[in-house]
Design a protein around this ligand. Structure first.
Ligand code: SF4
Length: 818
């Protein structure tokens, strides 16, 4: 028995790109530098043609699960039908209209922008331009309209419309303009984040395409090739049930795989089922049989390399579960605003229905951009420079779409990621489901955690990928660990920040606080406090009930190592007992360097003068690839770790911070957690973990369009929860930064492993400088109001987690604290 179907000419097979001599379709790695490795055994055409449907589905779903886990993506988008005129007459199409049936040959730019703005308001990331092909070649009305408006072609006008949408709304254009020349594709690449064109079928003899010059397979394949040469993230696909055979579909899939092997540019393949429509020449043609459709999906998953995503439109099938079962990992574009103009009789499912169907099938839903993460995270290769920031601005840390407008430090309330709170009558251990409801890798890691295992770098990355019910499961496990380790008390410390100078010789690109000569002069003016000012502020803080002062500042060019000793003396002049928490790893490293002393010796001097603990700031992200971007002249990972190792060795405690959400990915977060955990197991000197979500608004790196807009709220919840899980047995306290979170966000974090609210922070300056708007100070009443709805108790702590008990009637900022 031959391994290939018979009945197709050698010439046709050559045209579409054939499998090797044995008939094996082996996906080929392409695009060095991206994650392009085949993840499944080659499958033969004969196997695909002969296998039973259940067997094929099982194999396809296994391949999909191995490649993409539980994640099912969709693109929240608006559809913009720029023109419904088309020079082709496909037998199934109701999209194309005659000029007499349209008010205008083209949408105006204002009409385009109205649609895009509505999409923006509804949380969309993508503007999908759907349009007929080359209408000016067929209709004088189209050619006349273009000439009257100063455009040379439909593609010329499409480029202008894409540019307007990008500029005015930030939505990422996806141009779907059919069979184009390389020059046209290049024009559109400059204003779109991705492009697409359905191959439909490589069978050149289909009646459906008899009057469609642009549907000649050679033209479609040439367009796909040209897109590959231009490094355009490209979407293509098959239309199933228009008269082609199964063998034709395999030919089409082979052609797509072959082009991808050459260029690595095919991001997704859409498998779309034909449905007959009244008013078309194929209205009597039977719809694509469900079995044929599902067979094609499974065959596509098994034939295509696993770095190509597989999509089936959710509005063209009555049941969604079987599509998941056949191997898709993407639902394609779903619009909360516009109809599917190609299939207007089939409404998009509401997002809630899509989510429910996805979760019922054991998967989790995640919004994506018009281009997939494999492309978004390699912008130098795949994007025109003009598109790089708009893509980054819409991205989360995994290169998927941001799922909510919340930003750390901003006013927008966070989404509710956790189930409604039920406060028990008396303290009880938080309930934890034994498994994440979805199964999959996140659930496996959590099962290991509940069994007492320690998570490594890969497991931490897996947890950071949690979505939907998986996020709830991670938070639940973290909350249970929090209860087991530190109980139900929520602690805070009464402290005052003293930022003695905002002048700094370093040029950290995320820092809106420093006012060095080379920084962007964003807010305020440079200052350096007098030592007497520091003394006065300490006295004032102690009178208000503070037990700690937190000393941090820029690295002033005039400072020598003695300056930090002078600051400690100034504090001690006001108070002999207040806890001095001060000087980052950078400051002590610089102080030692400027004093020409060994770091440990310098730390002993500071300790003997009165320093008690060091803040963990200056850690940012402990991954030197990231530091090279955000703080290239600062101490590196080893130097930060060494400063804290030295501090711990001379009896100074410190904490771990992480500033996350600017340019890095979850792998860097995992490295940060693992490296600091290793040091903690060596020294035991860290008192707490303090995630610091990047506040983007006024930072140089965001203003220069080189960073994301901070973490998403989902990522923020996960950072606290995963921190709790990763540091189990090493660091007992997980602290949230209320300045960056606000009350509603803080409450969800307190249910995700957090037990500490940090300081009252009289005079909080650094987050405010970056644009945070949650105030400069929180008193005990404020903390109590935050904690009370959770049924947890509030306790004032010392810096080192002793308890502060005030006599009744205390009149400080901490009045009433028990
Ligand atoms: S983060 Fe610190 S070291 Fe960096 S510029 Fe700002 S003040 Fe200077």
């Amino acid at each position: 028995m031959t391994d290939r179907p018979v009945g197709r000419s050698t010439a046709m097979r050559a045209q579409v790109g054939v499998a090797n001599a044995s008939g094996k379709v082996t996906p080929m790695p392409a695009d060095p530098g991206s994650r392009r490795t085949p993840a499944f055994d080659a499958v033969t055409r004969a196997e695909l043609l002969d296998a039973s449907l259940p067997e094929l589905h099982h194999r396809a779903a296994s391949v999909r699960d191995a490649a993409f886990g539980t994640r099912m993506t969709f693109s929240p988008k608006v559809f913009i039908p720029l023109t419904m005129l088309c020079r082709d007459r496909c037998g199934y199409c109701t999209f194309a209209k005659a000029p007499a049936r349209l008010e205008s040959p083209y949408l105006s730019i204002e009409q385009v922008l109205d649609i895009a703005r509505a999409g923006r308001a509804a949380g969309c990331h993508e503007a999908l331009f759907t349009l007929g092909e080359g209408p000016e070649d067929r209709y004088p009305a189209a050619a006349g309209w273009l000439a009257d408006h100063g455009y040379t072609s439909t593609v010329d006008y499409l480029a202008a419309a894409c540019a307007a949408v990008l500029e005015e709304t930030g939505l990422l254009p996806h141009a779907n303009a059919g069979a184009l020349s390389g020059a046209d594709l290049a024009t559109l690449r400059a204003v779109s984040a991705s492009q697409g064109m359905m191959v439909e079928s490589t069978n050149p003899e289909l009646d459906a395409h008899r009057s469609a010059p642009d549907k000649v397979p050679a033209r479609r394949l040439a367009t796909m090739e040209a897109a590959g040469r231009l490094a355009i993230p490209f979407t293509t696909g098959l239309l199933v049930g228009i008269g082609e055979s199964r063998a034709d579909r395999l030919d089409t899939l082979e052609a797509i795989a072959a082009s991808h092997a050459r260029h690595g540019h095919i991001q997704e393949v859409i498998v779309q089922n034909f449905l007959p429509k009244p008013g078309t020449s194929m209205h009597r043609h039977p719809p694509c049989p469900t079995d044929e459709f599902l067979w094609t999906i499974a065959a596509a998953r098994l034939m295509l390399p696993t770095d190509i995503h597989l999509q089936a439109p959710p509005n063209l099938s009555d049941e969604l579960g079987p599509l998941v079962g056949a191997g898709i990992d993407d639902w394609g574009g779903v619009s909360p605003v516009t109809a599917d103009h190609v299939n207007p009789e089939r409404a998009w499912p509401a997002l809630g229905i899509l989510r429910a169907a996805t979760e019922a099938a054991g998967h989790v839903l995640a919004p994506r951009l018009t281009l997939y993460p494999e492309f978004a995270l390699h912008p130098d290769t795949w994007l025109d420079p003009a598109l790089r920031f708009p893509v980054m601005d819409a991205s989360d840390a995994e290169g998927l779409g941001r799922d909510h407008p919340w930003a750390s430090g901003g006013e927008f309330p966070p989404p509710e990621l956790l189930p409604p709170l039920v406060v028990p009558d008396s303290p009880t251990r938080p309930a934890v489901a034994t498994r994440a409801p979805t199964g999959g890798a996140v659930a496996e890691v959590l099962e290991g955690v509940l069994a007492g295992q320690t998570v490594g770098e890969d497991e931490i990355v897996t947890l950071f990928g949690a979505r939907g019910p998986e996020v709830r499961a991670v938070a639940e496990v973290a909350d249970q660990l929090r209860y087991d380790i530190v109980g139900d008390e929520v602690t805070f410390v009464a402290n005052r920040n003293i930022n003695y100078t905002n002048v700094c010789t370093f040029k950290c690109k995320f820092c809106a606080f420093s006012k060095g000569p080379l920084s962007l002069n964003l807010r305020g003016t440079p200052y350096l406090l007098e030592l007497s000012d520091i003394t006065d502020r300490v006295a004032e803080a102690e009178a208000m009930g503070a037990t700690e002062v937190c000393l941090q500042g820029g690295i002033h060019p005039k400072f020598d190592g003695d300056y930090y000793l002078e600051v400690i003396k100034a504090v001690r002049q006001a108070s002999s007992t207040i806890h001095i928490h001060g000087f980052t790893a950078l400051e002590v490293t610089e102080g030692a360097r400027r004093s020409e002393m060994a770091l440990a010796d310098y730390l002993v001097l500071l300790r003997d003068a009165g320093l008690r603990t060091l803040p963990g700031t200056a850690a940012e992200v402990l991954d030197d690839d990231v530091r090279a971007i955000i703080c290239p002249d600062k101490i590196n990972t080893e130097e930060w770790l060494e400063a804290h190792r030295a501090a711990h060795s001379v009896g100074l405690n410190s904490n771990v911070t992480i500033m996350f959400g600017s340019v890095e990915q979850p792998r860097s977060w995992a490295r940060h957690l693992v490296r600091t955990r290793e040091l903690q197991l060596e020294t035991g000197g860290f008192t707490e973990f303090v995630p610091l979500p990047f506040v983007h608004m006024a930072t140089p790196i965001y203003i220069q369009r080189k960073a994301r807009r901070g973490p998403t709220f989902r990522e923020t919840v996960l950072m606290h929860a995963v921190g709790r899980i990763a540091y189990r047995g090493a660091i007992d306290n997980i602290q949230l930064s209320w300045v960056k979170m606000g009350a509603a966000g803080a409450r969800q974090l307190l249910r995700s492993g957090v037990n500490d609210l940090g300081g009252t922070l009289i005079d909080e300056n650094i987050s405010r400088a970056a644009g945070a708007s949650h105030g400069q100070m929180m008193d005990a009443d404020g903390f109590r109001a935050l904690v009370a709805p959770l049924g947890r108790t509030l306790a004032q702590r010392t810096t080192l987690y002793g308890r502060v008990i005030h006599p009744d009637g205390h009149d400080s900022v901490l009045a009433g604290v028990r």
